[in-house]
Design a protein around this ligand. Structure first.
Ligand code: SF4
Ligand code: SF4
Ligand code: FES
Length: 308
């Protein structure tokens, strides 16, 4: 029997929308295919409504995931017109609308993807960090907003699909979702070797803010990266390449050293031979050095011992 919801939708809709769907069953098909459907449109429809409409009225073999329908379970992530979204949160606004599975994960069927590799990676990352039952005093120094915000994550994996650092640093990076989990775990005891390995992974992030922009729960992931790096630095962990950058900034007023090689390259690019470095303006360089001393950045140049 037809659901009364779809009956009302058909009666009320004055328009139709074309849905361009990704379809693929790796157990039966050699490669993915696309399928277009014309469906009735009503203002306020979500992408999840679209998928359910196709499933209930056109093809009940369409596979996709959802549970709460209320932005809480994190299961309904899909790619809509090239953007990762929660299907239950995203409104249907474009015609045609192109729907794909979340990229970067193996397809189980159609829009359902296998996230077990990422989950396994997270498990491995947190193996060895033991959250004590009674300890409440070892929170990272976060603002109240951030502290509330860190529990908002629903593990939807949407942030992981846009992170270029995660794509290119492969297994080494903790991924944005891992950063959100780390903020809960890092202040708790694990052995020094494990902690250093975690600190190292933080520095793969390029601070591009893409993850923060797409997060449907407004989790301030990039702020957490900065908080964790500050925490790691205070514990004495500051990787050598970053140390070189700070040193160059302190000595020349510029992050990257200016050499004959860069001068030659600049010439080839029709730029002036010398960049406008603070080193060319003594007062500017003094000001950079004064500021770096003021914020304590110059101390990073001194060799430090990593504390547990
Ligand atoms: S941080 Fe945001 S985008 Fe990433 S998994 Fe959590 S809720 Fe999803
Ligand atoms: S800010 Fe960092 S963690 Fe977020 S997407 Fe960019 S590189 Fe990835
Ligand atoms: S169905 Fe649960 S978050 Fe969308």
């Amino acid at each position: 029997m037809e659901s009364p919801v779809w009956k009302v939708l058909r009666q009320e809709s004055r328009d139709t929308v074309t849905i361009d769907l990704f379809r693929y069953d790796p157990t039966k098909e050699a490669k993915p295919r696309r399928e277009a459907h014309e469906i009735p449109f009503c203002k306020g429809m979500s992408i999840l409504h679209v998928l359910k409409y196709v499933h209930d009225n056109i093809d009940d073999s369409l596979a996709f995931r959802y549970s709460c329908e209320n932005e809480l379970c994190g299961l309904c992530g899909v790619f809509v017109n090239g953007k990762p979204v929660l299907a239950c949160r995203e409104e249907l606004i474009s015609n045609p609308t192109v729907i794909d599975p979340l990229p970067g994960f193996p397809v189980i069927r159609d829009l359902a993807v296998d996230t077990s590799r990422l989950e396994g990676k997270m498990e491995q990352l947190f193996f060895g960090i033991h959250k004590p039952k009674k300890e409440v005093s070892r929170m990272l120094p976060l603002s109240a907003i951030h502290a509330n915000n860190m529990t908002a994550c629903i593990e939807c994996h949407i942030c992981d699909t846009v992170c270029n650092a995660a794509k290119f640093s492969s297994e080494k990076f903790v991924q944005p979702e891992g950063i959100v989990k780390l903020i809960n775990f890092l202040p708790f005891p694990c052995n020094r070797k494990e902690k250093e390995a975690i600190y190292e992974r933080l520095y793969y992030c390029t601070l591009c803010w893409e993850c923060t922009e797409v997060c449907p729960r407004d989790v301030q992931i990039t702020d957490f990266v900065l908080a964790l790096r500050n925490f790691a630095t205070k514990k004495g962990y500051f990787p050598a390449p970053f140390k070189r950058i700070v040193k160059s900034l302190f000595v020349t007023g510029h992050e990257f050293p200016f050499t004959g090689f860069t001068s030659k390259l600049r010439g080839q690019l029709c730029l002036s031979e010398k960049p406008q470095l603070a080193i060319n303006v003594p007062q500017a360089l003094e000001e950079v050095q004064r500021l770096m001393k003021l914020v304590g950045a110059s101390h990073l140049l001194e060799s430090t011992e990593v504390k547990d």
